[in-house]
Design a protein around this ligand. Structure first.
Ligand SMILES: [Zn+2]
Length: 285
């Protein structure tokens, strides 16, 4: 009987201490939301902060939930800032941002909007529905989102973008009964290697690659500074060094490099939270 009561007390103590621990833990992550007007819609930047490292984690692809989870866990442990973009209002999570303006629906990839060259944004923004066009007005609407996101990051010296990829091989997909389409191999470290005598944009922006054959091709870093390339390759982690004249495709890595920021992109396969946390730990050691 005494023993029984002892265990009951013990359980109560464990529950109390774990809930107060969780309370203290969540208290430490400060959270604020910034709304940004995007045509007829409003999108949101959620900013998490905790005193600690001078580092900002950038999460712009809403559907890459493993990256966000890994980033939050690392932030809670080491401190810093995390900026995440939330743009879907129907409960789904999407890679691309959709908005309407003047009865036309537009869509863009939120990692292709960081450029001083309006021509890059013109290429990024697609028309989904309606008779409008991608004019200066539309470009300025999208550019404002890029400015707002960058505005939450530029005061810190070290940017770590966190992404997830699908990592699927090339395959023939049947769309309708008689319509087959070849889906190319999805984005991975292989995208940076010149293949079949053809240079893609990723390959044209790449200076050096180190590949650890034991690491899956979905888990890799992209860095803008040779010191980071050296550090990661010495630790035998797969890493791509962006060259000093990268193709301006509107991605944050090219923009950060031009602004003289230390930038690292940590790529992991969708769902691999544990692996991505391990990758982020390597950067913080
Ligand atoms: Zn991404």
């Amino acid at each position: 009987m005494i023993k029984h009561r002892f265990y009951r007390h013990l359980i109560v103590i464990i529950i109390l201490s774990s809930s107060s621990f969780h309370f203290a833990f969540s208290q430490e992550l400060k959270e604020r939301t910034k709304s940004v007007r995007l045509g007829d819609q409003t999108v949101y930047l959620k900013i998490f902060e905790k005193p600690g490292k001078d580092i900002v984690f950038a999460h712009v692809h809403e559907n890459e939930v493993a990256a966000l989870e890994a980033g939050k866990q690392i932030l809670a442990k080491h401190g810093g800032r995390l900026v995440t973009l939330m743009h879907s209002s129907d409960g789904t999570k999407n890679r691309n941002v959709t908005f309407t303006h003047a009865k036309t629906t537009y869509q863009f990839d939120p990692n292709r909007i960081y450029s001083v060259d309006d021509k890059v944004l013109f290429k990024t923004i697609r028309i989904i529905k309606g008779n409008g066009k991608v004019d200066q007005n539309v470009i300025d609407i999208v550019k404002n989102l890029a400015t707002q996101i960058w505005g939450e990051m530029h005061d810190l010296p070290y940017i770590v973008a966190i992404h997830n990829n699908k990592n699927t091989p090339a395959e023939v997909k049947t769309k309708w009964l008689f319509w087959h389409r070849l889906e190319p191999e999805s984005y991975s470290v292989n995208s940076y290697i010149k293949s079949f005598d053809q240079s893609g944009e990723s390959n044209k922006s790449c200076s050096d690659i180190y590949i650890n054959p034991m690491v899956n091709n979905s888990e890799f870093f992209i860095v803008t500074e040779r010191n980071d390339f050296k550090m990661l390759s010495e630790k035998r982690y797969t890493v791509v060094l962006q060259n000093d004249n990268p193709v301006d495709d509107g991605s944050m890595s090219v923009y950060a490099y031009r602004k003289g920021k230390r930038y690292v992109n940590a790529e992991a396969k969708m769902g691999r939270v544990k692996e991505q946390i391990e990758m982020l730990e390597i950067l913080l050691k």
